[in-house]
Each structure stands twice: as C-alpha cells, then as structure tokens.
Design a protein around this ligand. Structure first.
Ligand code: SOE
Length: 409
C-alpha cells in the first residue's frame, strides 16, 4: 500500500478482514506500507497490521513479496505510481478519482491494457458500488424491474468545509486534488449513475463555486482532513460545490449535486432512479436500506417500500451476520478487497476498470468545461469502439385501472 491516511486505514481494514470472512481462493497478506515520513509510516504499519515499511514507493513496487499495489495517495501521484507498478509486473488498485486529468487517466488505461496482456489486473476504488444495497439496486435494474429508465438524481453532501477556519489541506489545492467536491464526491456519484444505469453520461451542463476563497495555511503539519492553520492565508483553487445535469446514452436525464458546504450533512450520498415501471431510492446514511416502488402494483397498495438489504441472498451478505444485523461503511472496502482477490485468483477483469475510471474523468472534465462557459451544454467524448448501450425497450404492462386517477385518466 502507498499512503496511510483515511483511505489507507479503510483499505487496510478491508485487506485484513476479507480473507477471514469470505471463503477466498487465496488470503491477502499486508506485506508493506509506504509513506514519506519514517516514524509516521512505522506507526501506521503497527496500527494497521503491515509487516514492513518503505519510505519510497519505487522501493515498494520493486519488492518480490508484493503482488498487488494499493494506491491510497492524493490524486496527483496516482498516474505515476500506477503506471510504474503495472510496468513492474504488479496488479494495481487505485483510489478514486483515477487521476487528476483525462490525459493522466488515458495514460493509465494504456498501461493497464498493456499489463493485461501480461496477466496483470487494474481496478479503481469506487467502493460505494460494493454497498450491498447498491449492488442489489443494479441487479433489480438489470432484471428490468424499473423498465426503461427516465431520470436519475444523485447528490453527495458533506459539511466539513463550512467553517472558514478549516485549513488549506491538500484536498483544497488543485495541484494535489485535481478538483474539489467535483472529483472527491462528484466522482462517486458519476460512477454510481453510470454503474446503476449501465449507461455512460454523454453530455453535461454545470455550475461550480468556491465560496471560501482563502483559508489558513498549514504550517508543516501533514495536510490531512484535520489540523489547524496559522494566521497566513492561502488561495483555495478548487470548487466547494458543483451542480450539474446530464444526459445518459439512452436519453434519460440525470441531475447531480456535490458539496462540502451542506451544513448538517455528514456523508449524505443519496440517489433516486425513476423508470417506466418503478423507482429506487438510497441514502448512504441508511446504507442497509433500499427503497423500491413498483409502479405496476395497484395504486391502492403501491408506494415506496423499505427493503432491509441484509438477507443471505443479497450481494455479499452470505458471508456476514443473520438478517437485520447491519453492515457499515467499512464493509465496502472488505467487499472491494474480496472482489479483487477473486479476480486475481481467477484471472478475470475486476470492475470498475481503469477504463471506467477514465469515463468518470471525462465527465468531470466536461463538467469543468461547461462551468467555465457558464453552464453551456458540453458533450462527453465517447470512445469510438464502444457502442453506447441502449436498453432494450421492455414491454411495459399497462398500469391497472386503479392507477388512473380521475383527473389524469
Ligand atoms: C471526502 O471527505 C471523502 O473522504 C471521500 O474522499 C471518500 O471517497 C468518501 O468515501 C468519504 O468522504
């Protein structure tokens, strides 16, 4: 692993746990963790259970006891480390967003494609795909339970930047983070919209804003999520919030909100998908639940019902507790580790791939392009070879008479 802050801790937990919960063909071991500060990375190794430490990622990827490199660093180092690790013969898991630019993401995809011919795999860490309720929502949509999709609404709201005294950490500097709420939170909701619908976004219209334009400069401390700055102020060079609408390949419409200024919202990723035959709704702050409305049911008894996604037939649940014993945020990283180990053991392509990460990067770039033109509609370039999937138009049973209300008959 390279990096040992929030994502390093979350991923370490996933690697430690996966082989002890799921019946895996091989059990991951935590061979070495890398960080620039010798004392800090030693402490991280002790805390998170890593057998060895490195202070130079180049030494880490050269180790013979390392088969998978897990990149948990800020986005400005993803491309360099991932490409070098792939060229060194390793499998790679890279945190989201894949990169800080489309050009970097394209170079990573080229390196992953070349490495694939050598049997090496590459995956990007959009962990929310592995919330059981999200995976189950994808299954319901694939089964046609919503019919033709019409409208996707996804928001991801946090509030850790509301206080102007929050210091100028790496996430607030374009050269390290690539963008602000857009790449940090927006990447997740773009990936989820595309994953759940099975369709790419083909164009967007966007607004972004930086509300607090200067923040206290951190003096020497590590640029983490916490810490306090001094009296000197530095410029914030990324967005605090972004709003955008989009069109999916089938013509369905989508709306997105990503903000780190939504006072009172802690990790509020919410989505709703509306189709011809029904709708799904999800809230990450209630992540064991999925709301489902079947519009083909008689109106008198239809409506959103809460599915508690804790049954053994639900995705990933076979390995956990009896029904009703809820899972948490950290389990998404155990599922991510499990799926990558299974892919390595069977030589199958893990998802999301670096190509999926590149598509997200293209959407983020189109959002910034549109916002720079004050919300002019901006197409998202699609690779020529991948025909845009168009869902088959599932015949829709006519809603029962009880659905028609007098004033809409
Ligand atoms: C931002 O605060 C953040 O840590 C994201 O970077 C993560 O991807 C998300 O899972 C939690 O919130």
């Amino acid at each position: 692993m390279v990096g040992y802050a929030f994502m390093g801790a979350a991923h370490s937990q996933g690697w430690r746990t996966a082989g002890h919960v799921f019946d895996l063909p091989m059990r991951p071991t935590l061979a070495a963790i890398c960080g620039r500060d010798p004392a800090a990375v030693r402490a991280a190794a002790d805390q998170h259970g890593w057998a060895a430490t490195e202070t130079d990622w180049r030494a880490l990827i050269a180790r013979d006891d390392v088969r998978v490199v897990d990149i948990c660093t800020p986005g400005d180092s993803h491309a360099e480390i991932a490409i070098a690790a792939l060229e060194a013969g390793k499998h790679v898991l890279c945190e989201k967003p894949l990169a800080n630019s489309v050009a970097e993401a394209e170079a990573m995809v080229r390196a992953a494609d070349a490495a694939r011919t050598r049997g090496q795999l590459a995956m990007v860490g959009f962990n929310y795909r592995r919330v059981p309720a999200i995976s189950y929502a994808r299954k319901l949509i694939e089964e046609g339970r919503l019919g033709t999709l019409r409208h996707v609404r996804v928001t991801y709201l946090q509030d850790w930047l509301v206080d102007p005294a929050f210091p100028l950490t790496w996430r607030l500097k374009r050269e390290h983070a690539g963008s602000g709420a857009l790449g940090d939170l927006g990447a997740h909701i773009v990936d989820l919209a595309q994953f759940l619908t099975g369709e790419p976004l083909v164009g967007v219209t966007a607004l972004t804003e930086t509300f607090v334009k200067e923040r206290p400069v951190l003096s020497g401390a590590t640029a983490g999520l916490s810490g306090t700055g001094g009296s000197e102020l530095g410029a914030v060079t990324v967005d605090d919030a972004t709003l955008f609408t989009g069109r999916l390949a089938s013509g369905a419409l989508a709306s997105f909100e990503a903000s780190r200024m939504a006072a009172g919202r802690k990790n509020a990723l919410r989505l709703e998908i509306n189709g011809e035959r029904g709708s799904l709704a999800f809230d990450l702050e209630r992540l064991n639940e999925l709301s489902f409305h079947d519009h083909t049911e008689p109106a008198a008894t239809s409506g959103f019902r809460r599915i508690l996604v804790t049954e053994p037939e639900h995705p990933y649940l076979e390995a956990w507790w009896p029904p009703g014993h809820a899972l948490g945020y950290e389990h998404t990283f155990v599922h991510q580790a499990r799926d990558l180990v299974e892919a390595v053991a069977t030589g199958t392509d893990p998802v999301p791939s670096f190509a999926d990460g590149l598509q997200v990067q293209r959407v983020l770039a189109a959002v910034e392009d549109s916002a720079a033109k004050n919300a002019v509609y901006t197409p998202v370039p699609q690779p020529a070879h991948s025909p845009v999937p168009r869902p088959s138009h599932t015949p829709v049973p006519q809603p029962s008479e009880t659905h028609a209300s007098g004033n809409r008959a």
